[in-house]
Ligand binder design. Structure first.
Ligand SMILES: C[S@@+](CC[C@H](N)C(=O)[O-])C[C@H]1O[C@@H](n2cnc3c(N)ncnc32)[C@H](O)[C@@H]1O
Length: 314
């Protein structure tokens, strides 16, 4: 247990796979272009990516700052850094893209070092996200940009579902939503992060004294419609299967159940209620699997990933 709570090893396959498939069409190309302009990315900038994983922010934004610029990805998962560095040979060519093992609570750079310090889905897993944000700001140059792309999964999970699944009794629906809130409370208590962090990031930046704070949201709706034609529909289908745990064997099911139960109980939940919710969710999953097999399943809902920028005062 370090300063940032119980840490996930993102190079383990059960976690790593979340950084591969779901990243493929995460941000549409035209959105990336708009965001790069909104952030003010320019050729020649030095960019630090805190918790870089497989280098997603690097390969996504390199075309906007990479010419004469520098990308420095930092992560504590050594195996991911090796794969990220191998991938960078393709997207950065002979450009300056570096991967460094380190802790985001003590980034391996001096004060006032980079034009831009960014992260994506990093704060959501942190015990002390405010300390990580402060560390990112320390490394940014005066007037430099701090950018965070962080989800608000709680809002998505609490939203009224629009899908082909059978309507639930309001009591059952509320039970599941309550379990979502209890589980997140427990997750925060255990130092595993806050699944609703996205919407807190602008306020955290304000408390840190950053200026020019502004925020956007992911601009697409997660729409899955049969017959799931084309690469984006196929990608959404695969991502949904991953998140719903369709391909989990006994061992994996045990792992995720244990983890969620720990969080539910830490949030003050009743073990019998956990068991009931688990059974209901399994039943929903089985119906969903059948509907997909028959090509009948659909859903539509907001994505809710906050893109928040701020500047370090000059
Ligand atoms: C959800 S992944 C996101 C990776 C990447 N930013 C992306 O969007 O694909 C979070 C990453 O942060 C890294 N990480 C988490 N806590 C860290 C810490 N204290 N120091 C360094 N890296 C950390 C993990 O190893 C993991 O690669």
């Amino acid at each position: 247990m370090g300063k940032s709570g119980k840490r996930i090893n993102w190079s383990q396959e059960r976690w790593r796979r979340h950084l591969v498939g779901p990243r493929k069409f995460l941000w549409p190309e035209d959105t990336v272009e708009k965001l790069a302009a909104w952030m003010g990315l320019k050729a020649g900038m030095s960019v630090v990516d805190a918790g870089c994983g497989l280098g997603y922010l690097g390969y996504t934004y390199w075309p906007y700052f990479g010419k004469d610029g520098r990308y420095l990805g930092v992560d504590m998962a050594w195996e991911l850094l090796q794969d990220a560095a191998a991938g960078a040979k393709k997207w950065a060519g002979k450009g300056k893209a570096f991967f460094i093992a380190g802790d985001v609570l003590g980034l391996p750079f001096p004060d006032n070092f980079a034009d831009c310090v960014m992260c994506q889905t990093l704060l959501i897993h942190q015990k002390e996200p405010g300390l990580v944000l402060a560390e990112m700001a320390r490394v940014a140059k005066p007037g430099g940009l701090i950018l965070c792309k962080e989800p608000d999964n709680i809002s998505s999970m609490l939203a009224k579902r629009c899908s082909s699944l059978p309507e639930l009794d309001i009591e059952v629906e509320l039970l599941l939503k309550k379990a979502t809130l209890i589980t997140n409370k427990g997750r925060i208590k255990l130092g595993r992060g806050d699944f609703g962090i996205g919407r807190r990031v602008p306020v955290m930046m304000k408390e840190l004294g950053l200026t020019d704070i502004d925020a956007r949201n992911h601009d697409q709706i997660n729409l899955l419609l049969p017959p799931y034609d084309g690469p984006i529909q196929q990608h959404r289908l695969e991502t949904m299967k991953l998140y719903m745990g369709f391909d989990r064997d006994r061992k994996e099911r045990y792992y995720w159940r244990k983890r969620q139960k720990e969080e539910f109980l830490a949030g003050g939940g009743d073990p019998r209620e956990f068991q009931r919710c688990w059974r209901i969710r399994n039943k929903i999953r089985r119906i969903c699997e059948k509907q997909i097999e028959k090509g009948e399943y659909f859903h539509s809902g907001a994505v809710n990933i906050y893109v928040v920028k701020g500047r370090k005062p000059k």
